[in-house]
Design a protein around this ligand. Structure first.
Ligand SMILES: Nc1ncnc2c1ncn2[C@@H]1O[C@H](COP(=O)(O)OP(=O)(O)OP(=O)(O)O)[C@@H](O)[C@H]1O
Ligand SMILES: [Mg+2]
Length: 248
C-alpha cells in the first residue's frame, strides 16, 4: 500500500487573550492511496483544525505533514499553495460556491484560477457533472439549486483537478438525511470506483460508517482507531450502533 498522506506529531496552538488554546496535541497518522478515512469527534475536539493542517490550508505550530511525498511543512507559502492546489480537493459544510458563476464555471473554478479557460476543460466538466448527476443544470447559478445540488457542485469542483486526496469537512452537515446519503454515496463511489483517497471529518456516526477506518479524536488527540474495511452495506445497524455508542 502506497502511503499518500502522513502527519507526524502535529501540534496546533491558537493564541487567545494572553493564553493559548491547544487545539491539537500531537497527532500522527498515515493514509494509504485509495483509502477512505473518517475523523470523528465531538464539537471542539480539533477535527477541522486537523483537516486544515492535513490539506495545507493552515500550518502547524510544530510537526510535519507529507502530502504525496511532499513535505509541505518545509515549503514557503507560495509553494505550499501550489502543492495544496495540485494535491488536494476540499469540500466544506457550507458548499462555498461562487454565486455569480454558473454550475459549469464553478466546477471549472480550479482551472480558471490556474489561468485556463472553461473551453479547454469542457469535456472534463461534462464528465464531472455526469458523475454527480447534474448534466442538465450546467447553466444554473448556485441560488437556483437545492442545497444537495449545491454540495454536488462543490464535490465535482473538488474532484475536477483529480486531486491525490479529497478532504471533506462535515459535507452533510447542512443537508437532510436523504440528501446527505446521496452525497456520502457519491463520495464513497469516487473512492471505490475511481480510487480516490478520502479524509472525511464528521460527528455523524452514519457518515463515519462509510469509511474503511475511523479515527476518533478527543481533546486534540486521536484516542481510538476503528477499522471497518471496505463495505457496501453502509447502513449496517450494528456498525452504526457501535460508533454511536462512543457517545460523540
Ligand atoms: N482561530 C482560532 N482561535 C482560537 N481558538 C481556535 C481557533 N480555531 C479553533 N480554535 C479552538 O480549537 C479547538 C478545536 O477547534 P476545531 O474547529 O478544530 O474543532 P472541531 O472538532 O472541528 O469542532 P466542530 O465539530 O464544532 O466543527 C476548539 O477548542 C476551538 O475553540
Ligand atoms: Mg469543525
Amino acid at each position: 500500500m502506497t502511503v499518500i498522506l502522513e502527519a507526524h506529531n502535529l501540534v496546533k496552538s491558537y493564541p487567545l487573550g494572553g493564553r493559548s488554546v491547544e487545539a491539537l496535541r500531537g497527532v500522527s497518522l498515515s493514509v494509504s492511496k485509495g483509502e477512505f478515512v473518517a475523523i470523528m469527534g465531538s464539537s471542539g475536539s480539533g477535527k477541522s483544525t486537523m483537516l486544515h493542517l492535513l490539506g495545507g490550508l493552515d500550518r502547524p505550530t510544530s510537526g510535519e505533514v507529507v502530502i504525496d511525498g511532499v513535505n509541505v511543512s518545509q515549503l514557503n507559502d507560495e509553494q505550499a499553495t501550489l502543492t495544496r492546489r495540485d494535491k488536494t480537493g476540499f469540500v466544506f459544510q457550507f458548499f462555498n460556491l461562487i454565486p455569480l458563476l454558473n454550475v459549469a464555471e464553478n466546477v471549472a473554478l480550479p482551472f480558471l484560477i490556474a489561468g485556463e479557460s472553461l473551453g479547454q476543460h469542457r469535456q472534463r466538466v461534462q464528465e464531472l457533472l455526469a458523475l454527480v448527476g447534474l448534466e442538465d443544470k450546467a447553466a444554473h447559478r448556485p441560488d437556483q439549486l437545492s442545497a444537495g445540488e449545491q454540495q454536488r457542485v462543490a464535490l465535482a469542483r473538488a474532484l475536477a483537478p483529480e486531486p491525490a486526496i479529497l478532504l471533506a469537512d462535515e459535507p452533510t452537515g447542512n443537508l437532510d438525511y436523504t440528501t446527505g446519503t446521496e452525497i456520502l454515496d457519491l463520495i464513497w463511489d469516487s473512492c471505490d470506483r475511481l480510487g480516490q483517497t478520502i479524509v472525511l471529518v464528521t460527528h455523524d456516526a452514519r457518515a463515519a460508517a462509510y469509511a474503511d477506518r475511523v479515527l476518533v479524536v478527543r481533546d486534540g488527540s486521536i484516542r481510538e482507531e476503528i477499522v471497518l474495511g471496505r463495505r457496501r452495506d453502509h447502513e449496517a445497524r450494528a456498525l452504526i450502533a457501535r460508533l454511536a455508542a462512543l457517545g460523540l
